[in-house]
Design a protein around this ligand. Structure first.
Ligand SMILES: *Cc1c(COP(=O)(O)O)cnc(C)c1O
Length: 376
């Protein structure tokens, strides 16, 4: 019995929806993409949604749309997947990081304030900040928004983990406190399209721009009946209707998925009480979507536990190796020691299985193995 830290749940009706697209005239640029966009926009209560082929593309288009380019600075969390910062480098900008809270894995607002004050005095203020809602828990967006008006930066939420999560009673991605937000539909995320992503915003201009950039910088228009106009330099980052059909079906089950994850979390809380571990602190301003269930172990035990679990085919994972310690980022001048809280968090973290179809028996087995790995 092999158990992964996360995986998709595909039902027969999902498969039927995909097959019916395959049997239709339009397998891309048909009706499913706008339907998925509309459904998701309604779900998070936002004006515009643009489907793309990955969250990585979504992040890059978001940076482009905000005019990020050479000479600009973008700040994000070092406790994330590399795409959160690569998007800015791909636009020609420079990247810096904000250290995180060891208790939540999210960027520390205190550290951000300190860094902004330093940056103002040194003429190094960021153009864009990309908060990452780690494991599905929202960052403190009100505090971040306040700082954005004081220091004049824009905000792209990397909500890859947080579709369906809430912040002060509203869905993450409603963009009340940000310019744009981005979701991922990779199979381990909250819902899946195989590969896929979405940008959401309440800003019509940004939406138009991203829509154009998604498809070569081309828009309708021109004087001839066959005309179209390329007005920007863009990409082909479109989502196909095959993928979008899956997304439409998956989205219908999102609330049920989150309920299942919450049920699993409640069971973990009870079962793990006896073990020498801690779990991520949950702020009372919101509700996590529980993309990940992270436990924090004594540093000296983490590797041993990882190897023991893997040996028993429990595919635990580490989220994340701090981005600034990746060889590529070290070649840009970052070094181990630059973001000590993130590194401290990293040395203790382990993601254990959580996904909607994880059974009670499987969960009992995971906990039993954890106890054995910790020799308790
Ligand atoms: C998964 C993920 C991405 C990238 O998503 P893709 O859809 O695989 O491109 C970006 N940021 C974070 C935080 C992620 O977890």
């Amino acid at each position: 019995m092999s158990i992964s830290y996360g995986k998709q749940d595909i039902s027969d009706s999902d498969i039927e929806a995909v097959v019916s697209v395959l049997k239709s005239e339009l397998i891309t640029q048909g009706p499913q993409v706008p339907l998925f966009e509309k459904s998701l926009a309604d779900y998070v209560d936002v004006d515009y949604a643009i489907a793309v082929n990955s969250a990585t593309s979504a992040l890059q288009l978001s940076c482009f749309a905000l005019g990020v380019g050479k000479g600009d600075l973008v700040w994000t969390s070092p406790n994330s997947f590399v795409a959160s910062s690569n998007c800015a480098l791909l636009c020609g900008a420079d990247v810096d990081f904000i250290d995180v809270e060891v208790e939540t894995g999210n960027i520390s607002i205190l550290e951000l304030k300190k860094k902004l004050n330093w940056a103002r005095n040194n003429n190094k203020l960021p153009k864009v900040v990309i908060p990452v809602h780690f494991a599905g828990q929202s960052c403190d967006m009100q505090a971040l928004h306040k700082l954005s008006t004081e220091f004049g930066f824009r905000i792209i939420e990397d909500a890859s983990h947080a579709l369906g999560a809430e912040y002060h009673g509203k869905k993450v991605g409603c963009c009340e406190f940000s310019d744009l937000a981005v979701f991922s539909f990779h199979p381990v995320k909250m819902i899946t399209t195989g590969e896929g992503g979405m940008v959401v915003t309440n800003d019509e201009n940004l939406s138009d721009k991203i829509r154009r950039l998604r498809t070569h910088g081309i828009q309708a228009g021109g004087s001839e009946p066959w005309s179209y106009e390329q007005v920007d330099l863009g990409f082909n980052y479109r989502m196909s209707d095959i993928h979008a059909a899956l997304g439409v079906q998956q989205l219908k089950k999102l609330d049920w998925f989150i309920e299942q994850r919450q049920r699993i979390v409640n069971r973990y809380y009870k079962a793990l009480k006896e073990l020498p571990i801690t779990t991520l602190e949950q702020k009372n301003y919101g509700k996590s979507s529980w993309h990940l269930f992270v436990i924090q172990l004594p540093k000296a035990k983490r590797k041993q536990v990882f190897e023991f679990m893997r040996k028993h085919e429990i595919y635990v994972q580490v989220h994340y190796i701090p981005i600034h310690t990746q060889p590529y980022y070290q070649s840009l001048g970052f070094a181990v020691g630059d973001f000590p809280n993130c590194e401290k968090y990293y040395e203790t973290c382990l993601s254990i299985p959580i996904y909607p179809t994880l059974t009670d028996d499987q969960q009992v087995y995971v906990v039993e193995l954890l106890a054995r790995a910790l020799n308790v």
